[in-house]
Design a protein around this ligand. Structure first.
Ligand code: SIN
Ligand code: CO
Length: 377
């Protein structure tokens, strides 16, 4: 890792007491940290068409949101402003390396790394997010206020496309210096205000909604359920009032539904859901073909695409790999290379030779190329 950063954190205490529960300030969270990206490079990214960027300006009459791509003229303003660029890890491997600091939380829970730059007083405003985030201070200083618990009933300011809080109840305030980290769990109000110019790296996480889980699980259940099973009311009492649905009819239906829900459902849906790519990008068939050819003809390295979502699940006698939302089975012999790929994001030299010498591992790599996860050089 650039700078060989280490996270200064007791992981067990953090997971038991803070993760998803309480904010935590980690002073000097990453000792010897030097920001992997400066504001010039960030501004440069925000000029590009295919990069998702926002600029938030605090005017006397309220907050203004502008969407990128921007031009350099957009960065000269009279009011405090901040530029926020999404998925910077997809463009700068040094920024992607920051995720390794948090490798004690599964990779499939991680989202992208957002980076912000702000002029003095610049801020994204008081808000809450539905995901966990580690806010790592890059250059300069930022004052963070941490506030109340929020949810979908919390009052928001009337604004067309920003979700800013109407009231902010400050509970704690921290001035962050470079290398300090503030962890904020989902639903906790926070508000960061730049003190002088500063950059902040947000290492964000994601979690499926319960609705998504229910919907994907039931999709799988429906695939497994016999279509010729019907509602049954053997032994029912005679009906006495024409047209009536009795509560016993509904109860009977519910108990049959409950019985259907108790079936064992193959768990592949979960891995497929949590590895779905956030940004759609259709793999180019020509590039995939070239990559496959190269894989078997002197490839020097294979590496995970920066946006690739890869996870796996160990079964009794096979391993299911999840790559960009697609699940497929492979032999346990592929696990060693899969672990290296998930951990180091690449296979080179001896590790690649060993992977290719095993036909099951080679076919897994082939599948990873097809799912758009793997880059071959
Ligand atoms: C910022 O970097 O200014 C905003 C990050 C956040 O609040 O999630
Ligand atoms: Co936030």
């Amino acid at each position: 890792m650039s700078g060989n950063w280490q996270l200064n954190l007791d992981r067990d205490v953090f997971l038991n007491e803070y993760w998803q529960r309480k904010p935590l300030l980690i002073r000097n969270g990453s000792a010897g940290f030097t920001p992997p990206l400066g504001s010039d490079h960030l501004a440069g990214l925000a000029l590009e068409d295919d990069v998702e960027s926002r600029l938030i300006e605090k005017r006397d009459d309220g907050w203004q949101l502008h969407h990128g791509p921007f031009s350099t003229a957009d960065f000269s303003r009279d009011h405090p402003w901040t530029l926020l660029v999404q998925a910077v890890d997809h463009y700068f491997p040094e920024v992607a390396e920051l995720q390794r600091l948090f490798d004690f939380i599964p990779r499939w829970r991680m989202d992208d790394v957002m980076v912000s730059y702000a002029v003095d007083g610049g801020s994204a405003g008081p808000h809450y997010d539905n995901y966990d985030v580690f806010l790592l201070q890059g250059e300069g200083q930022r004052l963070w206020r941490v506030g109340q618990h929020c949810d979908s009933n919390t009052a928001l300011l009337p604004h067309q496309d920003m979700r800013l809080l109407q009231d902010f109840e400050t509970q704690e305030e921290f001035l962050l210096d470079p290398g300090d980290i503030l962890y904020v769990p989902p639903g906790i109000a926070h508000w960061g205000i730049a003190v002088g110019e500063c950059t902040t790296f947000s290492i964000g996480f994601r979690a499926p909604t319960i609705n998504d889980l229910v919907s994907r699980w039931t999709d799988e259940l429906l695939l497994q359920t016999d279509d010729e099973r019907f509602y049954r009311d053997a032994g029912r009492a005679p009906c006495t009032r024409a047209g009536e649905i009795e509560s016993a009819d509904v109860e009977r239906a519910l108990s049959q539904v409950r019985r259907a829900l108790e079936q064992n459902v193959d768990s592949q849906w979960f891995g497929e859901l949590v590895t779905e790519p956030r940004y759609d990008s259709e793999p180019d068939p020509d590039e995939q073909e070239q990559a496959s050819t190269l894989l078997h003809n002197g490839a020097a390295s294979v590496s995970l695409h920066p946006a690739a979502k890869l996870a796996w699940q160990e079964g009794e006698d096979e391993v299911t790999v999840f790559a960009n939302g697609e699940g497929f089975a492979c032999q346990p012999s592929a696990l060693a290379s899969l672990l290296i790929l998930c951990n180091r994001q690449c296979l080179t030299g001896g590790t690649l030779d060993k992977a290719l010498a095993d036909s099951d591992t080679a076919s897994m790599l082939e599948r990873l190329i097809q799912s758009g996860c793997l880059h071959v050089e």
